[in-house]
Design a protein around this ligand. Sequence first.
Ligand code: NAG
Ligand code: NAG
Ligand code: NAG
Ligand code: NAG
Length: 378
Amino acid sequence: MASSLFHKVSLLLVVLWCLFSCAPECTNAHPLKICKFDQIYQLGDSISDTGNLIREVPIGAATPFARLPYGETFFKNATGRCSNGLLMIDYIAMAAGLPLLPPYKKLDGTADDVEHGVNFAVAGSTALPSRVLAARNIYSPVTNTSLNVQLDWMFTHLRSNICIHHKDCVEKLQNALFMVGEIGGNDYNYAIFQGKTMEELRSMVPDVVATIIYAARRVIEIGGKRVVIPGNFPIGCLPIYKTAFQTNISAAYDKKQCLKNLNEFAKYHNEELQKAIHKLQQDKPNAVVVYGDYYKAYQFLLKVATSQGFEREKACCGTGGKYNFNMTRMCGSGANVGVCSNPKRYMSWDGVHLTQQGYKIMAAWLLKNIFPQLHCHF
Ligand SMILES: *[C@@H]1O[C@H](CO)[C@@H](O)[C@H](O)[C@H]1NC(C)=O
Ligand SMILES: *[C@@H]1O[C@H](CO)[C@@H](O)[C@H](O)[C@H]1NC(C)=O
Ligand SMILES: *[C@@H]1O[C@H](CO)[C@@H](O)[C@H](O)[C@H]1NC(C)=O
Ligand SMILES: *[C@@H]1O[C@H](CO)[C@@H](O)[C@H](O)[C@H]1NC(C)=O
């Protein structure tokens, strides 16, 4: 009697435990699998590049992202990802039950499997074309593969590998997920580090937002049904900005030790982007357009990092100063730049990009946040 009751209680506990704590792990079924995505396409910058920039001529192979310590943790080799390991898009692909996305640039020469999607993101890329930025006296130092070029790549790829006629595309892409961004962050990064004022930055927002929305519209018009458009990070929390704008004025920082004015600017971009997404959704009721809230995902990461005692201020890979960051001696730039021994305990990998652990935690929040909005329960 007592033993049977004990069994019932323990069985109940196991069931409850699986329901509430370990369901995805126990069954290996992430809720995102309900969407039955069969392809993922990614446009963007270093937050999601899985190997395009390092294959670009002339600069790519010479960037630090083509060498260790980039990639040291997961791949034990540099893949072109701007981190020690996996990125958010990798976690998203895994959650969808799909293989990691091959970079577009790798496709010529190797027989990569493009059945489940392609990654067009290029580290250093901007939303606005380089010549448009140049007209504002902003120079794009790493790549000219801005969002419009990535869109061209995508259309070329889709038209030659997936579908030819509109009807064909609509059918073939109905279970595809499109990630349009994060993109636009570099337009502002370059402007700020090239001496533009906050006013000048704010004046760029309408053009940057319109360019991102135009790309999403093109994606929907070729047949995309589910589109996620991520916003910008709270850039005032990143070591690169905290180093460049370090100040003794304590009122310049918020409670999380992030620079207020830069975070306010990121919020402004994100608000304008969300308004434009809302309008796009009204124009295109047959598609689902979701805002990817990287800002809040980052704040969630900050909370987790605090409770788990991560290093929140310093970059793992870098050297010098309060934040282990020096613009002229960045991660991968030479022998005297160190790497922390425990990147799992750091949020920032190189002062600009996050560690794999940081991206993993952000991706978990993001997936939970966007999944219900994707309306996958057909
Ligand atoms: C590391 O990557 C390079 C190309 O990026 C490749 O040539 C090399 O074989 C890889 N090394 C290992 C150990 O996988
Ligand atoms: C981008 O294009 C401009 C103008 O054609 C060129 O001068 C510059 O070198 C290019 N930048 C890169 C990184 O390829
Ligand atoms: C902050 O204050 C310290 C001591 O008062 C001074 O040495 C330092 O230069 C100041 N730093 C900045 C960035 O103003
Ligand atoms: C960054 O490194 C350069 C070159 O080693 C050095 O001259 C400079 O003082 C460093 N800057 C800071 C803020 O530590």
